[in-house]
Write a protein that binds this ligand. Sequence first.
Ligand SMILES: Cc1cc2nc3c(=O)[nH]c(=O)nc-3n(C[C@H](O)[C@H](O)[C@H](O)COP(=O)(O)O)c2cc1C
Length: 223
Amino acid sequence: METNTKISVLDEVIRSRRTIRSFYGEISDETLMKILESGIYAPFGGATGIPLKEVRKIFIFRQNTESMKVVRDIINAQLKSGASRIGLLLKLMPFLRKKMQVFANRLKNLSENGIPGLTEGAFYIVIAEKSGFPPVEKQSLSHTMENIWLTATAYGLGFHLVSATSLLSKNKKFMKILALNQGEWALDGCVIGVPKCMPPPREDRKIENFITWIDYGSNTKSA
Ligand SMILES: Cc1cc2nc3c(=O)[nH]c(=O)nc-3n(C[C@H](O)[C@H](O)[C@H](O)COP(=O)(O)O)c2cc1C
């Protein structure tokens, strides 16, 4: 592919990537495999010395199966206990409200209504990244997720990060389902499916609002 075409295709995929929170229908296993394959090409912590084959695992939960129901129940229980703990914390320490109230409200809502993607999306995907030294497993998980997200976008499919998955690395029942040892893995998860509706278009973003040119060396030279 010509460089200009590559750049414009990549740019289009990056700009059209969105968080989708409602889904319907099914997607084929072949498409899912293609999407997940992008995750195994994401970078990993080479300096840990753990080979790629041992460092990253991908788990697939299919909608309308018993295992999906079990995992949904585990996540809902986790959300409920998280919401009640954070609610108590904010009652005891009201000065934390400024920082944590928005998240607390969101968690309360999810704990009451569940995560819609987990009942509607075709697949719930969990990625596990082995902890090592240096501890870069969370960064590697994000790279993996982004590859999967962009590839799902390129296929015209919806993607929803399920951050609650990370807490499940300490959940005995969940780690038993994955057959992974607690304390050795970081987790992240997402729903992939056919989007029911698209979010409203984004506001325009201007690069000038984000960048700072650092020109320290030449400033000191001229001083
Ligand atoms: C680290 C991280 C965790 C996120 N976790 C969640 C999540 O658990 N649930 C959710 O609905 N969205 C989650 N999001 C999505 C963000 O809310 C979303 O990316 C942001 O609002 C911008 O919207 P966009 O993805 O459509 O550009 C997460 C995003 C990031 C970067």
